[in-house]
Ligand binder design. Structure first.
Ligand code: SF4
Ligand code: SF4
Length: 125
């Protein structure tokens, strides 16, 4: 008997239980300010790839080593999770809390979209 869900089943389960928290209106979300030490960046792209909010992209600018440091995408928002800082092998990126704001329905939609984009096999409901 097959006891473990497949990757697709696991993802569908995740989506099924992905709901607005009951106390959502009481939650506040930190809004991060991005700091990049462009000269340290070696363009590995780890921060772009692993940002759970998908808010980073390669800049068009070069640093003096010839790499494209990351930048924040326009109209996107960092929630100061700190993953980019932890994952960067060159200590070239970090964030700080600029402000806080309330959790909203649009956050839920955005997280659902991120899950959808990340799990490429799921069919949107
Ligand atoms: S702190 Fe988190 S959300 Fe913000 S840019 Fe880094 S990885 Fe992305
Ligand atoms: S993880 Fe660090 S070195 Fe790699 S692209 Fe991002 S800022 Fe540059």
């Amino acid at each position: 008997m097959h006891l473990h869900p497949t990757a697709l089943q696991h993802e569908e389960l995740l989506m099924k239980f992905w709901r607005m928290p009951l106390d959502a209106e009481k939650q506040s979300i930190p809004v991060g300010e991005l700091h990049i030490i462009a000269e340290r960046c070696k363009g590995c792209g780890f921060c772009i790839e692993f940002c759970p909010n998908r808010v980073l992209e390669e800049s068009k600018e070069f640093n003096s080593k010839g790499y494209h440091p990351p930048v924040m995408k326009q109209d996107f928002e960092c929630n100061n999770c700190g993953i980019c800082e932890v994952i960067c092998p060159e200590f070239a990126i970090y964030t700080s809390v600029a402000t806080k704001r309330q959790f909203s329905k649009s956050d839920l939609v955005r997280y659902e979209e991120i899950l959808f984009v990340t799990g490429k096999t799921h069919e949107k409901r």
